[in-house]
Design a protein. Structure first.
Ligand SMILES: [Zn+2]
Length: 79
């Protein structure tokens, strides 16, 4: 995973569980809010850190939404 996004000051993050059977790892996605236009109805796209599954989740079905980046990364790294 590239880490270029850590350079952004204004990043919103979202998390959800991997849909792959027997995986269920916490996948994380992010969006920069700094001058980036996006459609709120657009699904968030995730890549599972464990099995590599790529999937999309509508914003209203996210497990974690718009949480502080540092907090979420801490949770992921502790998993
Ligand atoms: Zn997975």
């Amino acid at each position: 995973m590239p880490h270029d996004w850590e350079e952004f000051d204004d990043v919103i993050t979202a998390g959800t569980c991997c849909p792959t059977p027997d995986c269920g790892a916490l996948a994380v996605a992010y969006r920069a809010t700094d001058g980036v236009e996006h459609d709120d109805a657009e699904p968030w796209e995730f890549t599972c850190p464990r099995c590599g599954m790529e999937f999309a989740v509508p914003e209203d079905e996210l497990v974690l939404q718009s949480v502080p980046k540092d907090w979420l990364l801490a949770k992921v790294h502790a998993a």
